[in-house]
Design a protein around this ligand. Structure first.
Ligand SMILES: [Zn+2]
Length: 451
């Protein structure tokens, strides 16, 4: 979910970090239990400061050797030294939190979580922000910080993990030295899909360069297998299995989708074709997922922000954004499974969602409106079939989250969730409406659609 990605992504994206890479396997091997970093535990022995300092000296030597290898494999010049700091997981997470605090408005993360709740993609009382941080903390192996040009490495990696992480993060350093990362990844309201596409290029480039270094060639790695492994390894980690599917999938998607994109470019024109993409970034995750649409620069259909008038007086929009094909695919995976998701999401043409809020006496109500436009009527019918299976023919009433209603016409599909009432923090919400009362909203969204 793009919503999830803004925060899950933010930690990883702004810091450009790497989850522990899945093990490298020849394409024909059956999938074993992938290696995952151990869960942080209060009882686990911690490195002493002296041990940490020694590890940093060792690491600095390794960095010099590795950056030369990555520069050669990737074909980017090493223009500056890259300092390295070895930190424990708590310290790494503290840095990521500080980074997200500086860059992403907290309310927008909370509102994204509300949109996910309205769509039944996270539990109604789920703490989206904390859950995302927990997932990152368990998965992270290191990150590169564009703000200070430094790479940070977790102190509990085994030798193979450390080598892969160094190669991956040092590719980010080389990227940053040639194509400054900070401006292209900076949070921008309403631009989540565009940022998601750029983020995936950044991660895909780093995965591909990493495999060139540690596996001889990234073409020894089957990208479909990579996807399955990465998903499995997150689901098997203690934090991953506790996290809702959309968060796990959003964490992995930039790496797996980005890797497929970069491999497709390399097949066409080697690393120079990838450099060309850095100079002309994919604009949507639709372009990222379909290289022919990237090469044709197929634009997204511009969808107006859904008006909230149909909700009644007092509601105002607090967040609006584009979900994009990648997040739509992840949502459908969560609702209906992966086999249904890829074809149903592939017809994405454009979308816009709004989170609306009404405040009253220390409590507030939340509702979500989401307007999607597909490439063809047939694509919209596929989406409608997914919604019908999950939410009933036109509307379903829910005790906690209020009604969820949907409608379609031609290429357009509109979904309305809520309103539901939020009382005390952490307490379950309560429905604040009915199917009868909300039925006009999806119809109003469709009425605003271009013919
Ligand atoms: Zn990375």
């Amino acid at each position: 979910m793009r919503l999830a990605r803004a925060i899950v992504g933010a930690g990883l994206l702004l810091a450009a970090c790497s989850p522990a890479a899945p093990p490298i396997l020849p394409p024909t091997v059956t999938v074993p239990v992938p290696a995952t970093p151990p869960a942080p535990s209060a009882d686990a022995p911690r490195a002493t400061p002296a041990e940490t300092a020694q590890a940093e000296i060792e690491s600095r030597k390794k960095v010099r050797a590795m950056i030369a290898r990555v520069a050669r494999a990737r074909g980017l010049p090493a223009l500056r030294e890259v300092p390295i700091k070895v930190l424990n997981r708590d310290e790494i997470l503290a840095r990521i939190k500080a980074h997200v605090d500086d860059d992403v408005p907290k309310e927008s993360i909370v509102d994204e979580g509300e949109a996910l709740a309205a769509l039944e993609l996270v539990p109604p009382s789920y703490d989206f922000l904390e859950g995302s941080y927990k997932l990152i903390q368990g998965r992270i192996a290191g990150f590169y910080e564009p703000a200070d040009g430094t790479m940070y490495l977790v102190d509990d990696l085994d030798d193979d993990e450390a080598e892969e992480t160094l190669a991956h993060e040092l590719d980010h350093a080389l990227q940053d030295q040639t194509y400054p990362l900070a401006p292209m990844m900076k949070y921008a309201p309403g631009q989540s899909d565009r940022l998601g596409a750029a983020h995936a290029l950044v991660e895909g480039d780093a995965m591909s360069a990493m495999y060139d270094v540690v596996a001889g060639s990234a073409f020894n790695v089957n990208d479909k297998l990579f996807q399955g492994l990465a998903t499995a390894s997150t689901a098997l980690s203690a934090q991953g299995s506790a996290a809702p599917y959309v968060l796990q999938a959003s964490l992995i998607a930039p790496y797996s989708d980005g890797f497929s994109f970069v491999q497709a470019l390399r097949l066409k024109g080697g690393w120079p074709a990838v450099d060309q993409a850095w100079r002309a970034l994919p604009e949507t995750t639709e372009q990222l997922l379909h290289i022919e649409k990237y090469l044709a620069r197929e634009p997204a259909i511009v969808v107006p922000v859904p008006a909230t008038d149909a909700l009644g007086a007092g509601f105002h929009a607090v967040l609006d954004d584009v979900m994009g094909e990648q997040s739509l695919r992840i949502a459908i995976e969560a609702w209906a499974g992966r086999a249904a998701a890829i074809p149903a999401a592939a017809g994405w043409g454009g979308d816009r969602y709004v989170v609306a809020r009404r405040d009253a006496g220390g409590q507030h109500e939340i509702a979500l409106g989401w307007h999607l436009v597909f490439d063809t009527d047939k694509d919209a019918h596929e989406m409608a079939a997914v919604l019908e299976k999950r939410f009933g023919k036109a509307c379903k009433e829910r005790d906690l989250l209020g009604p969820i209603a949907w409608a379609s016409k031609g290429r357009d599909v509109a979904i309305a969730g809520g309103p539901f009432e939020r009382r005390a923090a952490g307490a379950p919400p309560a429905s604040a409406s009915t199917c009868k009362a909300i039925a006009g909203w999806p119809r109003a969204m469709l009425a605003a659609a271009k013919p």
